[in-house]
Design a binder for this molecule. Sequence first.
Ligand code: PEP
Ligand code: MN
Length: 339
Amino acid sequence: MIIIMRAGAPKAHAERIVQEIETFKLTPVPMFGVERTVIAVIGDERNLSINQLEAFPGVEKVMRVLKPYKLVSRETKKEKTVITVNGVKIGHEKVVAAMAGPCSVESEEQMEEVCSKLQKLGIKLLRGGAYKPRTGPYSFQGLGPEGLDIMRRAADRHGMAVITEVLDIRDIDEVAAKADILQIGTRNMQNYALLKEVGKIQKPIMLKRGMNSTIEEWLLAAEYILANGNPNVILCERGIRTFEDATRNTLAIDAVPLVKELSHLPVIIDPTHGTGKKSLIEPMTKAGIAAGADGFIIEVHPNPEAALSDAQQQITPKEFATLLKNCKVIAQAVNKEIK
Ligand code: PEP
Ligand code: MN
């Protein structure tokens, strides 16, 4: 951290900051210039608050040198985190993990139909929402516990693992008992109480990027989970809100290579929620794979027109089969295989 004192600030002000830094067991290195003093801080500055230091008399500006997150950072851990679920090595340099399934779990028949088709396509990771975070309270809210059971049974019949959203701290145990990966949705990315609780279990957590969150806020949200003891976090770029209204969200493909520079955690993309438009799903999946995504999650419904949520953006198993075939070539081009 670098602390810049105001021009002409008395020496006593700088000395007060030096004392303050020392109480944190860090090493202040003051440099007294002709006009102003600059104080460098050596040591892990993450416990220091910029706002607090800037409130001291004589301080003009405080700048961080280190990133505010630690455990998720590449600086802390050089090798990539690989999370193996149902034999799929998520985060492995040669793997693109494929996750697919409907937006919501609706019935036994729906899940059976979609799973039998996905199984034929070699899909090992089944998505589906039992608890749905809907924008309006009158929209379909998901089948809850019954949905979890339906999904678990369908997945077991077809040798698949389950990824599903947990909306509420009170449901964590129940969801963790039935699911293989717990999803934290975009609306809950900054629900710190929930993040802390899923940090206390060991099941993998897929953390979606908040639709209004910066990459730094997203990585700090992941840091909450790791800091509470769960190292198994998969990040998912699902699109952010921009001024553009031709698509549902703007899928930030650049987040994929950038987050991979900053963090060792696997990063996948959600081109379904990222665009909200069927015709854009395949091209954006290709773009994500080309940009280095460790996987993708796509909404596939046996009969999208009749879907109880997100009908406009779900594709059929047949369309998904074509997408998979066309994406294989891109995966090969970046020396990976879709698993
Ligand atoms: C979902 O995956 O079904 C979902 C609700 O996603 P998001 O949190 O990205 O909107
Ligand atoms: Mn959805």
